[in-house]
Design a protein around this ligand. Sequence first.
Ligand SMILES: Nc1ncnc2c1ncn2[C@@H]1O[C@H](COP(=O)(O)OP(=O)(O)OP(=O)(O)O)[C@@H](O)[C@H]1O
Ligand SMILES: [Mg+2]
Length: 456
Amino acid sequence: MSIRLRVAAVFTLALAIAFVLGSWLLASQLNGVVVAAVDSGLTIQLNQASRLLPSPGPAGPAPSPVPGDYLIQLIDPAGRVRRAGPDTPTVPLLTPSQQREARQGRITLTETIDGESQRVMAEPVPGRPGWTAAAAVSLEAADGTVSALVARLAIGGSVFVVAFGIGAYLLARAALAPVERLRREAAAMSERDAAARLPVPATRDEIAALAGTMNDLLERLHATLARQRSLVADASHELRTPFAVLSAELELAARPGRSRAELAEAVGNAAEEAGRLARITDDLLTLASSDERQLEIRAEPADVGGLLARSTEQARRRAAERGVTLRLSVPDGLTALIDADRVRQAADNLIDNALRFAPPGSDVAVSAAGTGSDITITVADAGPGFEPGFLPHAFERFSRPDDGRARTNGGAGLGLAIVDAIARAHGGTAMAGNRPEGGAMVQLQFPGARLPGPPA
Ligand SMILES: Nc1ncnc2c1ncn2[C@@H]1O[C@H](COP(=O)(O)OP(=O)(O)OP(=O)(O)O)[C@@H](O)[C@H]1O
Ligand SMILES: [Mg+2]
């Protein structure tokens, strides 16, 4: 059932109930007034009933005839009707018990006599102990007045309620029309059109707010989609070169007449490219999983010094080849609640970058510190530092300052993006900058990760 139908139905039902209640109140009020009028007519008749008795003194004026609508009886103590008005039956209007009651004082009742609703009033006759005077009148006319009112209320009310229901439906339809318009616009939108937005009415109402919120959502969805597309494009671009090199090496090796040394070199080159491919695929998988949900982190108490020592140890040979000295400084017993494998992955990436840029004879400093409950890990080198224009994009995927994708000096541009994803998955941040004395510096912060004392 549509909302407009539901709204109209609820309003109509509520109005119908209110109308029926109001009509009932009005009818019962009117009935009360009419019965009161009938009762005062009966009182007058009773007051004049003694006229029906023969006067004991000299003959007075003849009793005025009782209007034909009223039945009047004078009943003696034995219960017999001794006098009756014109057209009044001689059967007593009151039962013996009612007569007994009426001898005490006035009684008023509504009865059905001869299939007709009657109002009966009776009281003692003054000056005649034991006698009662009873008067009755048909309630037909009074009932007719009330029924006529009820009939008119029923007809008028039905027309009113139906008209109101139609009005409520039209109103609800008009109020919901902008929603329907919005739905049609949304249905007609193409998922390929990244710039498509819903028109936001200038009404500053709920509909405008809904359209605005939906547009925000669309924007976020399109941004995510664009990111995914560019990731796929960049990934295939990055993978193409190693694959091309790999197949060229293999082709070369397969040519007849290769010397042993040539074959060994081709295989060596092929293995290097295969390793490169494997690393990029690993990195992509890590980043893809950090996109879908937060990168999965298994935080456990870890010795930060030991963790960084393993990273530097593994890089030591490469550092020596380049004539660079790796220096590690971590306070004793610095313990943190982190995913040691992930943090090592981040440190390895940073050390790898630093070693690539550090000039021979310089130092690469790897350090960690605890301030309050926070842990900071810093890798600094004395190389050329980050290009200032590149700094805001340093943590983006596939971003490298030489955007011509010359691969002479490095990798795919995924390392820092992974470092950033790992820091964020820990609830921390990664920051890149240049040191005043020259050289690059990347810092990871893990707020609240520090644990008191060495790990158990
Ligand atoms: N220590 C550094 N000094 C100067 N520039 C740096 C330093 N570390 C990173 N960069 C610059 O930032 C870019 C992005 O680094 P990132 O680690 O993300 O990618 P990459 O090292 O090029 O490739 P990958 O890490 O995927 O093998 C680098 O290409 C380099 O230009
Ligand atoms: Mg790197």
